[in-house]
Design a protein around this ligand. Sequence first.
Ligand code: FPP
Length: 250
Amino acid sequence: MKSVKEQIDLNRLPKHIAVIMDGNGRWAKSKGASRIFGHQNGVKSVKETVEACAEIGVEYLTLYAFSTENWNRPAEEVQALMELLIKTIFDETPTLNKNNIRLLAIGDIKSLPAKCQEQLASAMKETSKNTRLSLVLALSYSSKWEIMNAIKQIAQDAKDGKLAPEQINEVIFENHLSTAGMPHPELMIRTSGEHRISNFLLWQLAYAEFYFTDVMWPDFRREDLYKAIISYQQRERRFGKTGEQVKQPN
Ligand code: FPP
């Protein structure tokens, strides 16, 4: 009997996996603990997922760590999340380097507390030459924010005469997104039984396969990641074509 890991076809891995890490608060509440305890325990799941992706050969992993909307949470929780981010990034940078993992960030990084921006900038610099896996943290991120930002930049370029409106195409638009240069995620995982996209990578997930699990993020382990990849590999990705066309592309 093959283990879950052995059931993965390493030749057909998604290049980019995106994850909505959900359920920290409910997980903690079910244990009679504070929401912050849930986030603290979510860090172990982050580490396992990053390690597992690097080990099997996934090239990009994007984690939705803090959304634009998360700023509306109680100030105490926001502060605790920022402190946890700073601490985790600081603690884990040597491990990222040891494992040849590059850290990137997408989102409105300038809106983060100065200490968080500094920690992030220093970790990104220190890991910038690494090539095995790119770990992308979505921080103060929302897709609508990102798309509005791209539109404003393109409109400015048009106004400045650098670009004619009829030249605007998908490539130009994508180059103004914070994910410019990255492949689109083929697989999006959301934990905790919620079936929503929550303003995450709306453009980039156009053809992604979605995988939902009832597992709460602090309980998410590498086997859960493997199961999501196996489910992805069992699906037929048609990109608008018929099943017959996909099987016989010529
Ligand atoms: C969603 O659960 C989780 C978050 C908003 C934060 C995720 C952050 C971490 C796992 C901490 C560290 C991360 C990194 C990348 C170092 P929720 O609070 O919305 O849970 P609920 O839906 O049960 O309330």
